[in-house]
Design a protein around this ligand. Structure first.
Ligand code: HAM
Length: 419
């Protein structure tokens, strides 16, 4: 037997209604905020993520699914959506007129991580990106959209954690302070973090190793070293959040695992998740479009992990009232002529959108009715020689047991099903 690859999951029919509900909520909330759907390739040129996500990040250093294709190109399965969207934004000149350009996506992502609860190698994200929104209200809008999405689904107990990681100007000075601090502990840092000390000391704060994160606890915090503009940006952002009645916690330890962020960063967490408690993460990335070859354009967005969201929703019983679609009508048949007529009848009914089922396992009529019950069919009918000759049959409401006679046309059957 061949099993699914480690760190992947089958989304089985029993869970599909929940996934569909999540996707529908994402589309509805995006429509209300004016975000349009975009779909980009599952794989991209490896250099897009090296430059976009950052070559000192765990994602790029340890977790990418990278391979050479038959043409000798280095290809990577997308570990996230933002870099791909920036690429597409530039390549297709999606500079909306008037600005900003508001995009959303529902995608699968691939990271070679150690699988555990809430951490997979193939997982799914609902994300949005807003390009060209210069006002601080953009940050507040993006956060509000994320929270509206969870609220629409009835998810409770989420926490919004917010931080600012500054701009290249204040980050430069701050990085010096971090180097000074971490160089006192160099010998204890993991090998990866030793190399990060020079190139990107902020990454050490986000290291998953226990020793590095213990050392990082007392490291200087960016929020205490913001320049005037960045502080002003944070103050204004929270003012908008306050106006909308959105609660938040300023968490100076958030640095995020990807390199492109500037200023606002945020994470939405749930106690229902255990160790991998972040269901949604995002932030501003003002330099990324330019870094990837586009005109200087501000960007901000987030991505929510859908497997983690499914876990939360199940733990809160939000999957309970969702049931799979059941047949409107089951058509049973006795004898060859009726069997052929049943085939034609369900074909015609399905064409007009009626969910009609018939037996496909050569069951006796008794077994066909048992099967109709198991499927949860709302109505049933039995076709035999008489029914075919008279072009009418008894239709039975499976819940009340009531029967009536119906002519075997789609219109007549539909009017009974809808009555
Ligand atoms: P991220 O924090 O790497 O950000 O991922 C966003 C969310 O994806 C996480 O909060 C988590 O729920 C889910 N996730 C990440 N890795 C895994 C995994 N291995 N297994 C299951 N779920 C996972 C980004 O991806 C950024 N592109 C977000 C963003 C958009 N920032 C700005 N725009």
């Amino acid at each position: 037997m061949i099993n699914k690859p480690r760190g992947t999951e089958d989304i089985l029919p029993i869970d599909s209604p929940l996934w569909q509900k999540i996707e529908e909520a994402a589309r509805e909330v995006c429509a209300a905020y004016g975000y349009k759907e975009i779909r980009t390739p599952v794989f991209e040129d490896t250099s897009l993520f090296q430059r976009g996500v950052g070559d000192t990040t765990d994602v790029v250093q340890k977790e990418m699914y990278t391979f050479e294709d038959k043409g000798g190109r280095s290809i990577t399965l997308r570990p996230e959506g933002t870099a791909s969207l920036v690429r597409s934004f530039i390549e297709n000149s999606l500079y909306a007129d008037p600005q900003p350009t508001k995009l959303f996506y529902l995608i699968s992502c691939y990271r070679y991580e150690k699988p555990q609860s809430g951490r997979l190698r193939e997982f799914h994200q609902f994300g949005i990106e807003c390009f060209g929104g210069t006002s601080d209200a953009t940050d507040a809008e993006v956060i509000a959209l994320a929270l509206s999405f969870f609220e629409k689904l009835g998810v409770k107990g989420l926490k919004l954690n917010l931080n600012s990681i500054g701009c290249p100007v204040c980050k430069k000075e701050y990085n010096e302070k971090l180097r000074e601090y971490f160089s006192k502990h160099t010998d204890k840092l993991c090998e990866t973090c030793k190399t990060r000390l020079e190139k990107n000391p902020m990454r050490i704060i986000d290291c998953k190793s226990e020793i590095c994160s213990a050392i990082a606890q007392d490291a200087p915090k960016m929020i205490d070293h913001l320049c005037e503009d960045c502080q002003g940006h944070l103050d204004k952002t929270v003012k908008y959040l306050d106006a909308m009645g959105i609660e938040y916690i300023i968490d100076p330890t958030i640095v995020r695992g990807l390199d492109y962020y500037t200023r606002t960063v945020f994470e939405i967490t749930s106690d229902a998740l255990g160790a991998q408690s972040t269901v949604c993460g995002g932030g501003r990335y003002n330099g990324l479009v330019e870094e990837l070859g586009g005109k200087p354009t501000e960007g901000i967005g987030f991505a929510a992990g859908l497997e983690r969201l499914v876990m939360i929703m199940k733990s809160q019983g939000l999957d309970k009232e969702l049931t799979a679609d059941t047949p409107d009508l089951f058509v049973a048949a006795i004898g060859e002529a009726a069997d052929i007529a049943a085939q034609k009848l369900v074909f015609d009914l399905r064409k007009v959108g009626i969910h009609a089922q018939r037996d496909l396992c050569e069951r006796s009529v008794k077994a066909q009715m048992k099967y109709a019950n198991k499927l949860g069919a709302k109505f049933s009918m039995v076709l035999g020689e008489d029914e075919i000759n008279n072009n009418q049959a008894e239709i039975k409401n499976m819940e009340t047991g009531e029967t009536s006679t119906v002519v075997l046309t789609t219109e007549a059957i539909r009017s009974i099903l809808e009555s």
